[in-house]
Ligand binder design. Structure first.
Ligand code: HEC
Ligand code: HEC
Ligand code: HEC
Ligand code: HEC
Ligand code: HEC
Length: 173
């Protein structure tokens, strides 16, 4: 069991060394503009729009998830804002066009890394801010991956500090 895991990690190392020097390219453009700083202030019956309203997987699963266009249209079927910003109508137009719609995930772990939101958010009680910084001030999508989340040393530093597991196959399976 141990041995198999070690072999797997060695194979992974060989693979990573081969592709390691690839230059990172900028992420492709998002399908619509989106401003977090506006939306975390939007009032609903039960308070303001929560992070997990749009990213429900962050409490329940491995992946936080990015919202479907249908979720945006719950509000944007009718113009929002008084007066609406000049780009607000783009949301309705994307809905009317139909067809496939997909946000671009900017920060993504390499395939050999396992990460689970639920373990950190629901079990370890970390906040989104602990790892993602202050998203409530973002006015546009990130232009580059968050390098702090793509660093094994950072993951391990917190795991050591909090007594979370540090053996290789916690994160490499
Ligand atoms: C109304 C829906 C909505 C709400 C509320 C919302 N988000 Fe998002 N979030 C999005 C959309 C859409 C994207 C993709 C476009 C972008 O990055 O701006 C996104 C992207 C992100 C990303 C970037 C993922 C990546 O690497 O590409 C993070 C991190 C994130 N949200 C965290 C949060 C946090 C933390 C909160 C609460 C403070 C929050 N979001 C509230 C809709 C929402
Ligand atoms: C709960 C209701 C609600 C949801 C869900 C929602 N919005 Fe909004 N949105 C608003 C309101 C209210 C405003 C106007 C805020 C203002 O102008 O102060 C707004 C404004 C906007 C604007 C115009 C402001 C700007 O940045 O130019 C865009 C674009 C937008 N939303 C996109 C989206 C997208 C994309 C989604 C889905 C990821 C989404 N919204 C989900 C309520 C919502
Ligand atoms: C322990 C650090 C940590 C915490 C806490 C955390 N995230 Fe993440 N988040 C990550 C990492 C790492 C990724 C990249 C995951 C991947 O590639 O599978 C990520 C990715 C995301 C994404 C991109 C889409 C996806 O499905 O992965 C969103 C959106 C997101 N996080 C939102 C949130 C929200 C909202 C919270 C709080 C409720 C939160 N995160 C808490 C580390 C964290
Ligand atoms: C700020 C602290 C912190 C950071 C940063 C962090 N973790 Fe964790 N992680 C924890 C804690 C605490 C636990 C133990 C959760 C529990 O089981 O109670 C944990 C548990 C885990 C688990 C075990 C989940 C399970 O299913 O048992 C994995 C896998 C994991 N982390 C991967 C990562 C990866 C990969 C990163 C970096 C991208 C990371 N963590 C960054 C604190 C952190
Ligand atoms: C808490 C999570 C975690 C643990 C535990 C962990 N790793 Fe990683 N590892 C990562 C993350 C995240 C990356 C991707 C980011 C990076 O390359 O630093 C990574 C990348 C790697 C790489 C790619 C090489 C590189 O530097 O790009 C190798 C090889 C690796 N880990 C081996 C190991 C070995 C061997 C162990 C056990 C001694 C281990 N890891 C334990 C999270 C972890």
């Amino acid at each position: 069991m141990r041995r198999a895991a070690l072999l797997a990690v060695t194979a992974l190392l060989a693979g990573v060394v081969l592709v390691g020097c690839r230059r990172p390219s900028p992420p492709p453009p998002q399908p619509l503009p989106f401003d977090h700083s506006i939306h975390v202030r939007v009032e609903l019956d039960q308070g303001t729009l929560q992070c997990t309203s749009c990213h429900p997987g962050a409490e329940r699963g491995a992946h936080a998830g990015l919202p479907a266009l249908a979720y945006c249209l719950r509000c944007h079927m009718r113009p929002q804002g008084d007066p609406p910003s000049p780009r607000e109508h783009l949301v309705r137009e994307a809905g009317a066009r139909g067809g496939p719609f997909r946000w671009i995930q900017v920060t993504r772990e390499p395939g050999h890394v396992y990460f689970s939101h639920a373990a950190h958010v629901s079990l370890a009680k970390l906040t989104c801010k602990d790892c993602h910084g202050d998203v409530t001030s973002w006015q546009a999508a990130p232009k580059a991956p968050n390098q702090r989340l793509l660093s094994m040393d950072r993951c391990l530093a917190c795991h050591r500090a909090r007594g979370a597991p540090t053996h290789c196959n916690t994160c490499h399976q």
